[in-house]
Write a protein that binds this ligand. Structure first.
Ligand code: ADP
Length: 609
C-alpha cells in the first residue's frame, strides 16, 4: 500500500485532475443507474404491465424541484403522453429513446473520467522516469560497476513499463470501480434488501479465494522479473564480448549459460501464467455459482412468495450483471497490481539508493588550484581485499607524475581517487592541504580534465561532444580546441564538419579520431589538473603520432597525472611511480630508475624489444 501511494504521489498536483475526475465519474455512475432503472418501465411496457390508472396520475406536468420524485414524475408524464399519442408501441419507442440517451451520456462521462485517469498515468510515468534518471546520474561511480548494468536497464525499461501497465488498471480499479460497485449495490438494496443480503453472503467467498491467488501471483511475478534481469545481463555481456566468445570457440559455453537461464525463465513464466490465467475462469465460474444462487433465491421470492414483481427481479438481475463487471475488474486488477507493485519496489530501490559520495554540509569550494595534490597513507578496497596499500606521493602544481607498472596493479584506481569517484578507506588525499572530503566535489571536478583509454563519446554532433559539460561554448573556442588536439582537419573532412553526428559511441570515427575529440574536449575545458589514461597502443603509428602530439599540447603548463602504457612517452615526467600489487615499489625520474636496474628498467627493456 505504501508503495502504491508513493506511485500515486508522482501524479501531484491532485487538484489538476481530481475535481474533473470526481465530477465525470459521478455523472457516469448516475446515468448508468438511470439506465438500469429504465429496465423497469421497459419490461413493464413489453409485458403489458403498464397500468393505465397509475399513468393517469401523471397527466399534468409536475412542478420543478430537485428531487428523485420530480424526475420520476416527469418521466411518467412523458410516458403518459407517448402512450396517449401512439399507444403501447409509442411508449416502447419513448422508453428506448430515453435508454439510448442515458447510455450515451453515461458512456460519454465514463470516457472523460478514464481519459483523466490516463492523463494521471502518463504524468506518473513521466515523473517516475525523470526521478530515476536524476538519481542515477547522482550516484557514485562505484555503483555502476558493482551493480550490473543489465539490471539497472531492466529496472528502468521493464519494471517501469510493468508499473505503467498495472497502474492503468489500478487507477480505474481504485477510483472508478469501487464507487460504481457501491452505487449499484445501493440500487440493488433499493430493489430488494432481502435478496441483496443473500448476495452479500455468497460474494465474499469468491473474494477470499481470489485474494489467496493474488498473494501467490505477487511472489511469482517478482521471480519472473529477476530472471529477466539476469537474461539482460547475460545478453549485455554476450553481445559486448562476441569477438572474444568466437575467438575462444566459447559459443557452447555461452549457449549453456543463456539456455539455462532461459529455461529457468520459461519455467517461472509458465508457473506465473498458470496462476494468472486461473484468475479469470475462476472468477467467472464463481460468478455463475453466485448468479445461480441468486436465481434460485430470487425466483422463490417471485414464484412462491410473490413478494417481488417479475420486472423488479429482472431489473435486479440486470443491475447485478452490471455490478459484476467492475467487481470482476477489481479482482482481476488486484493480481496485475501485485505484479506492478513488485516492479515498483524494484524501481524505488533504485530511486532510494543514496550516493556514497556526497558533499558535507559546509563543503568548501575549490576556487583555484594553487600548490599540490597529496596522497597521504592512502589505502583503498573495492570489496574486502585492499587494492591500494599505504600510497604516498605529491603532485606539485605544474608538474607531471606518471604511473607505470603491470596491469591490475592499481594505477587506474589511483587516478579515480583524485576526482573523488571513490573515497579511500584509510588515509587522505589533499588538494592544497585540505582533504578532498571537505570540498564540494563538483568544484574539484571543475578543475580536472580526464582523458581515458576508452574515449566516451555520445551520439551527437562533434561540436556538442567537444563542448560537453561547458555551457555556451563559442564556435571559435571549439574550433581552437580541436586544432590544438589535432582534430580540426579531419573534422572538416567529415560531411557536415562540426555538425556531423558521430554515431553511437562514436562508431563512425576511428580510434585515433575519437581520442583526439576527447582531447579537444579536455582542451576546451581548460583544466588545471589533467588525468590521462594514455592509450596510444591500439592506434596505428600515424594516429599515434597525432594523438601524442595532441596530448603534449594539452599537457603544456598543466599539472598532470599520466598512466603510461608506452613508457617512451613519460621519460620526461618529473616523477615516475612504479606500481605493483597496490604498492609503490619504485619511484624517481627516468634516469635514476634506469640506473637502479629494477622493475622499471625491466619494463623498459621489455618494451624496447
Ligand atoms: P591498473 O590500472 O593498474 O591496471 P586497476 O586500478 O584497474 O589496475 O585495478 C586494480 C585492482 O582492482 C585489480 O585487481 C582489479 O581487478 C581491481 N578492480 C578494478 N576496478 C574494480 C571495480 N570496479 N570493482 C572491483 N575491483 C576492481
Amino acid at each position: 500500500m505504501k508503495t502504491y501511494l508513493r506511485i500515486i504521489n508522482f501524479a501531484k498536483p491532485l487538484s489538476s485532475f481530481l475535481p474533473q475526475f470526481v465530477s465525470t465519474s459521478f455523472l457516469s455512475i448516475i446515468f448508468g443507474l438511470i439506465n438500469i432503472s429504465l429496465f423497469f418501465p421497459l419490461l413493464n411496457v413489453i409485458f403489458e404491465k403498464v397500468d393505465p390508472e397509475t399513468l393517469a396520475k401523471y397527466t399534468e406536468k409536475p412542478e420543478f424541484s430537485i428531487s428523485g420524485d420530480y424526475i420520476i414524475s416527469l418521466f411518467n408524464h412523458y410516458m403518459y403522453i407517448s402512450s396517449e399519442l401512439n399507444g403501447r408501441f409509442g411508449t416502447l419507442i419513448y422508453v428506448c429513446i430515453m435508454v439510448t440517451t442515458s447510455v450515451f451520456l453515461s458512456n460519454l462521462f465514463r470516457y472523460f473520467s478514464t481519459i483523466t485517469l490516463s492523463r494521471v498515468r502518463v504524468r506518473v510515468i513521466k515523473n517516475l522516469r525523470e526521478r530515476i534518471f536524476i538519481n542515477i546520474s547522482k550516484l557514485h561511480v562505484g555503483y555502476f560497476t558493482e551493480q550490473r548494468k543489465g539490471d539497472i536497464i531492466s529496472r528502468i525499461i521493464n519494471d517501469v513499463q510493468m508499473v505503467e501497465s498495472s497502474i492503468t488498471n489500478s487507477l480505474k480499479v481504485f477510483f472508478l470501480d469501487p464507487p460504481t460497485v457501491i452505487a449499484y449495490f445501493a440500487f440493488l438494496i433499493f430493489l430488494s434488501p432481502e435478496l441483496t443480503l443473500f448476495t452479500f453472503l455468497i460474494l465474499p467467498l469468491s473474494g477470499i479465494l481470489i485474494t489467496e491467488l493474488a498473494k501467490r501471483l505477487k511472489k511469482s511475478g517478482m521471480e519472473n522479473q529477476q530472471s529477466i534481469g539476469r537474461i539482460n545481463n547475460i545478453l549485455d555481456e554476450t553481445l559486448g564480448g562476441m569477438r572474444v566468445i568466437k575467438a575462444f570457440n566459447a559459443e557452447k559455453y555461452i549457449d549453456k549459460v543463456f539456455g539455462s537461464e532461459i529455461r529457468k525463465y520459461a519455467r517461472l513464466n509458465f508457473s506465473f501464467e498458470k496462476k494468472n490465467q486461473l484468475a479469470s475462469p475462476m472468477s467467472e465460474f464463481l460468478g455463475v455459482v453466485a448468479v445461480s444462487g441468486i436465481l434460485i433465491y430470487g425466483g422463490n421470492l417471485v414464484i412462491n412468495e410473490g413478494t417481488m414483481a417479475p420486472s423488479a427481479f429482472l431489473t435486479y438481475l440486470g443491475a447485478f450483471a452490471m455490478v459484476l463487471t467492475p467487481a470482476k475488474n477489481i479482482s482481476r486488477s488486484v493480481t496485475a497490481m501485485q505484479r506492478g507493485i513488485a516492479a515498483a519496489d524494484r524501481v524505488f530501490d533504485l530511486v532510494d539508493t543514496p550516493s556514497e559520495i556526497t558533499n558535507k554540509e559546509d563543503a568548501l569550494h575549490l576556487e583555484a588550484f594553487k600548490e599540490d595534490i597529496r596522497f597521504e597513507n592512502v589505502s583503498f578496497a573495492y570489496a574486502k581485499e585492499k587494492v591500494l596499500k599505504d600510497i604516498n606521493f605529491t603532485i606539485k602544481k605544474g608538474k607531471m607524475v606518471a604511473l607505470v607498472g603491470p596491469s591490475g596493479g592499481g594505477k587506474s584506481t589511483i587516478a579515480d581517487l583524485i576526482p573523488r569517484f571513490y573515497d579511500p578507506i584509510e588515509g587522505e588525499i589533499k588538494i592544497d592541504n585540505i582533504s578532498l572530503r571537505d570540498y564540494d566535489y563538483h568544484s574539484i571536478r571543475q578543475h580536472m580534465g580526464i582523458v581515458t583509454q576508452e574515449s566516451i563519446l555520445f551520439n551527437d554532433t562533434i561540436f556538442n561532444n567537444i563542448a560537453f559539460g561547458v555551457d555556451h561554448a563559442t564556435e571559435e573556442a571549439v574550433t581552437r580546441a580541436a586544432s590544438i588536439a589535432n582534430a580540426h582537419d579531419f573534422i572538416m573532412q567529415t560531411e557536415h564538419g562540426y555538425q556531423s553526428v558521430i554515431g553511437e559511441r562514436g562508431s563512425k570515427l576511428s580510434g585515433g579520431q575519437r581520442q583526439r575529440i576527447s582531447i579537444a574536449r579536455a582542451v576546451l575545458k581548460n583544466p588545471d589538473i589533467l588525468i590521462l589514461d594514455e592509450a596510444t597502443s591500439a592506434l596505428d603509428s600515424e594516429s599515434e603520432k597525432l594523438v601524442q602530439e595532441a596530448l603534449s599540447n594539452l599537457m603544456k603548463n598543466r599539472t598532470s597525472l599520466v598512466i603510461a602504457h608506452r613508457l617512451s612517452t613519460i621519460q620526461n615526467a618529473d616523477e615516475i611511480l612504479v606500481i605493483r600489487d597496490g604498492e609503490i615499489v619504485e619511484r624517481g625520474d627516468h634516469n635514476s630508475l634506469i640506473e637502479k636496474g629494477g622493475l622499471y628498467h625491466k619494463l623498459i627493456s621489455m618494451q624496447a624489444v
